[in-house]
Design a protein around this ligand. Structure first.
Ligand SMILES: NC(=O)c1ccc[n+]([C@@H]2O[C@H](COP(=O)([O-])OP(=O)(O)OC[C@H]3O[C@@H](n4cnc5c(N)ncnc54)[C@H](OP(=O)(O)O)[C@@H]3O)[C@@H](O)[C@H]2O)c1
Length: 269
């Protein structure tokens, strides 16, 4: 019998590429999204459904899980992918912006895990794959709010790994480096504050230039598929992020931070 994956945020980018890749590999796919009415022709296959799911709305999570079970009878893998970045100086971030960032990237992910866990436990196992970021263990200028959410996802996932192992449930963290998706052009909400305008412009310019040279999301989809299928207890996978972690490990702290400043803000001190 084919296995089933439920993916959040499958309308574009990494989520869409992951849904397509699992489909290609013969899985049943619940490609959940906030805009099923706009889903492309790739969602017309027999082994895919597109339930409406907004991670900030618990009832839609329940309903998407219910539809997946009715249609496919089980959930073997949950991919918590939905997310976006709130960027800009912390001084300019409103409490509403911060609240929404955490509701989406952290509390929405937690709520989805809590609702899928009884299904996985009753089945005797499964895999939870949380999409964090290289920004879940490293930090860059003007990304404090987003980092706070992704560092939270890292800690939560590492702790859960111990907690769920006795139930045969594996937890995996995906830490992509920069990937060409809607993330930079549409997925970033910018907070601003007049005192930081120059720095904001520098980082925006850096992001724009970077975007053109970034890899497509298919490589991340393949890593997510590997994490779902490798039967290992390996926790972290860093597609396109390894080089950053390597540099961060081998360089002295002050040199690493100078490198980040030079790269993103064009200065060395
Ligand atoms: N691209 C990168 O450089 C990069 C690097 C590291 C980590 N990541 C992470 O990868 C994940 C996917 O991002 P992406 O790069 O593929 O960007 P993307 O193309 O913008 O995709 C983000 C997805 O999340 C969905 N989403 C946002 N808020 C949601 C909500 N409240 N409920 C349900 N879905 C929601 C979006 O749906 P709508 O279409 O409805 O907005 C979209 O499907 C994110 O968690 C991001 O933090 C991205």
């Amino acid at each position: 019998m084919s296995k089933t994956v439920l993916i959040t945020g499958a309308s574009s980018g990494i989520g869409e590429a992951t849904a397509k890749y699992f489909l290609e590999k013969g899985w049943n796919v619940a490609a959940t999204m906030r805009t099923p009415q706009k889903a492309g022709d790739w969602t017309k296959a027999k082994s895919i459904i597109c339930p409406y799911l907004d991670v900030t709305d618990p009832e839609t999570i329940n309903s998407a899980i219910r539809q997946t079970l009715e249609h496919f009878g089980q959930i073997d893998v949950l991919v918590n992918n939905a997310g976006y970045a709130l960027m800009g100086p912390l001084e300019g971030v409103t409490s509403e912006q911060l609240d929404h960032q955490f509701q989406t990237n952290v509390f929405g992910l937690i709520s989805t895990i809590q609702k899928v866990l009884p299904v996985l436990r009753n089945q005797g196992g499964g895999t939870i794959i949380n999409v964090a970021s290289i920004g879940g263990r490293l930090a860059f200028p003007l990304v404090s709010s987003y980092h706070a959410t992704k560092w939270a996802v890292e800690g939560l996932s590492e702790s859960l790994r111990y907690e769920l192992k006795p139930f045969g449930i594996r937890v995996k963290i995906i830490e992509p480096g920069g990937i060409k998706t809607n993330f930079i052009n549409r997925g970033i909400i910018w907070a601003n504050h007049p005192a930081y305008t120059r720095m904001v412009n520098q980082v925006r310019d850096f992001n724009q230039k970077l975007n053109d040279s970034l890899p497509e999301p298919e490589g991340v989809a393949k890593t997510i598929y590997r994490a779902a299928n490798d039967r290992s207890q390996r926790l972290r996978y860093s597609p396109y992020g390894e080089v950053f972690f390597l540099l961060h490990t081998i360089l002295p702290d002050n040199l690493w931070r100078s490198l980040v400043e030079t790269m993103m803000l064009g200065k060395t001190k």
